[in-house]
Design a binder for this molecule. Structure first.
Ligand code: PEP
Ligand code: MG
Length: 315
């Protein structure tokens, strides 16, 4: 019966009392976007552009890049598509990027820091996004930078985007951003919380290490506290805050994220219906009450149990 419900759920995302929640897909290229469009996705919340280039030996030209990015826009006509600039480095080396030899690649030159070793690489990518958007007649295409840690990075990125008529956002993956969320939000149009890295950097635990799974758990109360700070800054500034890490695909945690003030959830297409169905079974105020209670817990076990207790009459 559950499988049938999942197959037939078509969206859009909303809570039981009708609060709209955007349910978006994570994609990695045009082919993936066309597949995602067959699922009940209201758009793309995270286009991981670096995954298009894992075997590219030289940097594709601006026109070549634009045609790849255009395919993703074309798969979701008139819908939201959020690009992410290259998050090469660490677990995702890209052949045409000269990654320095590093002792701690996860703490090294990755994400927006690439601009330091490959001058112009992010700007050329933004040129390509602007070209693709123009070709498709899209105004204000959304693009966000990964691994932002300082206000200067956010400000410079936003300036580069606005110069190309792109709408800038940043990922919240480094605790420094969540801790100074209002100041960061003042620089950009939106946040997208990358819970995989935010958890890794909050708990100082390698997300690739299976033996550290108890630490790399987005139910860690400290991680939830940072998500809460980020979402609250979005509410104060009336700018959207989404979640695009694995946490968004956990139906129970999705309810808590919504309760914390997150307005969109982006995930692997196969997870969309399960999350959408669960959101439809709880009200916004139930999510908010559960989120408040979860914020008072001090362990992952308590956090999960509290959420389950407060939402399970309905879930
Ligand atoms: C994240 O860190 O949560 C995220 C969505 O980015 P990635 O998994 O690509 O690092
Ligand atoms: Mg990340």
């Amino acid at each position: 019966e559950r499988r049938l419900a999942i197959q037939s759920w078509r969206g859009p995302g909303r809570t039981k009392d009708g609060t709209a929640i955007e349910i978006l897909a994570n994609v990695q290229d045009g082919a993936g976007a066309r597949i995602a469009a067959g699922y009940p996705a209201q758009g793309v919340g995270l286009f991981r552009t670096e995954l298009c280039f894992l075997s590219a030996q030289s940097e594709p030209s601006v026109t070549e890049q634009a045609s790849i990015y255009g395919e993703v826009l074309a798969a979701f006509p008139g819908q939201k598509v959020v690009f992410r600039t290259l998050d090469a480095g660490s677990d995702k080396p890209v052949p045409f990027v000269s990654h320095p030899d590093e002792e701690n690649p996860a703490l090294g030159v990755r994400g927006i820091r690439l601009g330091n070793v490959e001058p112009g690489i992010i700007e050329r990518q933004l040129d390509a996004l602007a070209l693709a958007a123009e070709q498709q007649g899209i105004a204000g295409a959304k693009v966000m930078a990964p691994m932002v840690a300082t206000l200067d990075e956010a400000r410079n990125f936003a300036t580069a985007c606005r110069a190309r008529k792109l709408s800038p956002g940043i990922m919240v993956e480094v605790p420094s951003v969540a801790l100074l969320a209002d100041a960061f939000m003042a620089e950009v149009d939106f946040f997208s919380i990358g819970t995989n890295d935010l958890t890794q950097y909050t708990m100082a635990a390698d997300r690739m290490a299976p033996s550290l799974a108890a630490l790399t758990d987005p139910w860690q109360p400290a991680v939830l506290a940072l998500i809460s700070l980020s979402a609250a800054a979005g509410i104060r500034s009336q700018k959207p805050v989404g979640v695009c890490g694995e946490a968004a695909a956990d139906p129970l945690l999705a309810c808590i994220l919504i309760g914390l003030g997150v307005s969109s959830l982006s995930m692997a297409p196969a997870a969309l219906a399960g999350v959408g169905i669960q959101l439809g079974e709880v009200t916004l105020s139930q999510c908010q009450e559960a989120a408040e209670a979860v914020l008072r817990t001090t362990t992952t076990e308590q956090a999960r149990a509290t959420a389950r207790e407060m939402l399970s009459p309905t879930i």
